[in-house]
Ligand binder design. Structure first.
Ligand SMILES: NC(=O)c1ccc[n+]([C@@H]2O[C@H](COP(=O)([O-])OP(=O)(O)OC[C@H]3O[C@@H](n4cnc5c(N)ncnc54)[C@H](OP(=O)(O)O)[C@@H]3O)[C@@H](O)[C@H]2O)c1
Length: 155
């Protein structure tokens, strides 16, 4: 099964200013809705509380601190599913991800919720596709396949 992390990010790698932000700065919600339609969407409880009104007609799996990524995925019988944040949930599913769909936005937050909370491992990515999000603003979604050959960063 493809396990696809999908996120809007700032140029300095943040997905929100704080853990309960309604991310109204993102331009890619329309694409998120289109791409995730018909597939399970996994998200953490903080993200669910920020976005639930936007996700009608979708199977959303809300993740809590005691959930284990492999166990959650073993119950899904779909050719793909999406991991849709936040930073803690992305980190929990880090080892299971097969693809990243990232939409960098022309913003710098300086601090906030990182794409992966406390991630320390290096991964190589192979670019597969670029999808226009807002061409006037030069915002594109970059789709990558994850290549799992990298070693851990030296501390
Ligand atoms: N830009 C984007 O594309 C994008 C996408 C998604 C989310 N976001 C933003 O990301 C932010 C939320 O990210 P997040 O990382 O805070 O939350 P999250 O991943 O959505 O949810 C928090 C998860 O971590 C668990 N948790 C909470 N405190 C913990 C602790 N001390 N130790 C271990 N686990 C703990 C929670 O479990 P319990 O339920 O048991 O507390 C829950 O599973 C929001 O601002 C949201 O808007 C942005």
């Amino acid at each position: 099964m493809d396990v696809i992390l999908i996120a809007a990010v700032t140029q300095d790698g943040f997905i929100a200013r704080q853990e309960n932000e309604i991310t109204s700065w993102t331009k890619d919600l329309w694409l998120f809705k289109k791409q995730t339609m018909g597939f399970p969407v996994i998200m953490g409880s903080n993200t669910w509380s920020c976005i639930k009104t936007e996700l009608k007609n979708r199977k959303v799996i809300v993740i809590h601190r005691n959930d284990v990524a492999k166990q959650v995925l073993s119950k899904i019988s779909s050719k793909k599913c999406f991991v849709a944040g936040g930073g803690r949930t992305n980190a929990k599913f880090f080892n299971e991800l097969t693809h990243l769909y990232l939409t960098p936005h022309p913003l710098l937050f300086g601090s906030g919720v990182r794409l992966f909370h406390n991630a320390k491992e290096e991964l190589k990515l192979s670019q597969e596709k670029i999808v226009p999000v807002d061409e006037k603003a030069a915002i594109y979604q970059y789709q990558y396949k994850i290549i799992r050959t990298a070693k851990k960063c030296p501390q």
